[in-house]
Write a protein of this length. Structure first.
Length: 142
C-alpha cells in the first residue's frame, strides 16, 4: 500500500473543505493509502485551525484526524543525522524536519501544497507531490 505523509496544509484545506483534492485525500486516508503525520504537524494543524475557526473546531478536527486511521508518529524519534542531511542539501530548518520525517517513516510521498522547494533538492527517498497529483496516483493504483 502507498505510504504518504500529509503536510499541515492538507489537513487544514481538507477539513475546512477549501480544496476538493485535499478533502478527498483526508477522506481516503487509511482506506486507499497509509497516511502518516508527525506530532508537530498535528500541533500545527491545531494551532492554525484554532486561529481560523476557534478552539472547539480545532479540537474536533484533531479528534477526526486521529479516528481516520492516520498514523501519528513522534517526530522526535527522527535521527538528527537525517535532519542534518536535508539541511546540508539546502532545506530550511522546519522543512528539513518534515523531509527527514518523511524519509524516517519510509513514506513514498510527501503530500503538500507549499513545500515546492523540496522539488528542487535531489531527493531519492520519496516524492514531493501536490494533492491533485496525489489523487491521480491513488486512482491509478487500484
Amino acid at each position: 500500500m502507498i505510504r504518504a505523509v500529509l503536510d499541515t496544509n492538507q489537513f487544514i484545506c481538507g477539513l475546512r473543505d477549501e480544496k476538493e483534492f485535499c478533502a478527498d485525500i483526508v477522506k481516503l486516508s487509511g482506506i486507499k493509502f497509509t497516511a502518516l503525520a508527525s506530532t508537530t504537524i498535528l500541533e500545527e494543524v491545531f494551532e492554525r485551525l484554532k486561529e481560523l475557526e476557534g478552539k472547539d473546531f480545532a479540537s474536533l478536527a484533531i479528534h477526526i484526524i486521529k479516528n481516520l486511521g492516520i498514523e501519528v508518529i513522534d517526530d522526535k524519534l527522527v535521527p538528527k543525522e537525517i535532519i542534518q542531511k536535508y539541511k546540508n542539501k539546502g532545506a530550511k530548518d522546519a522543512d528539513s524536519v518534515i523531509a527527514a520525517f518523511t524519509e524516517f517513516v519510509n513514506a513514498d510521498f510527501l503530500v503538500t501544497e507549499n513545500r515546492h522547494f523540496l522539488k528542487e533538492i535531489k531527493i531519492n527517498e520519496f516524492k514531493t507531490i501536490k494533492a491533485e497529483d496525489f489523487m491521480k496516483v491513488i486512482k491509478a493504483s487500484k
